[in-house]
Design a protein around this ligand. Sequence first.
Ligand code: GRF
Length: 193
Amino acid sequence: VPVAVLISGGGSNMAALIEAARAPDCPYRVALALSNRPDARGLERARALGVNAEAIDHRPFGKDREAHEREIDGRLRAHGVEVVALAGYMRVLTPWLCERWSGRMLNIHPSLLPRHPGLDTHARAIAAGDAEAGCTVHLVTAGVDEGPILAQSRVPILAGDTAEALAARVLEAEHSLYPSALAAFVSRLSDQG
Ligand code: GRF
């Protein structure tokens, strides 16, 4: 099943998804890496891994988010993409794209949702005195970080943890969780026919 990965930055989750797709029994392949930022380092990383990488800069569209998303949608369909994986994609999507890809768009969020939706999740988990942190793969709906949860991975918060140390530990967990959650999701799609 052809998957597109949407990124805005370094693309370490994208790289993990691409590496996992090399397994002969992996039910998905990464057909496209797409960024809203032409300077995203992840684009070069995708190309180095043999994956088609493109950018659709959101800035020329100004406040018209939907017009930017229509471009994205057209590019996804041009590549025959069937599932979209957001991975460090830092733009809030309008209901329009969420509807177009309802049930076929996933995201990974660096917290144990529903705790700590939004940004700065690690600093917030530490400040809240949480015993553990983690990451969540969920279906994307119009509400930010609110869709049905597909998978989670728990990570202990250690005494003296800084947000940076915890972020690195959670990111490692993301790199394992996302490929397995995406593969399981795609397999279920295929079963449903
Ligand atoms: C990281 O903070 C990760 O937790 C979140 O997006 C950010 C960038 O990830 N999912 P990546 O290295 O671009 O995949």
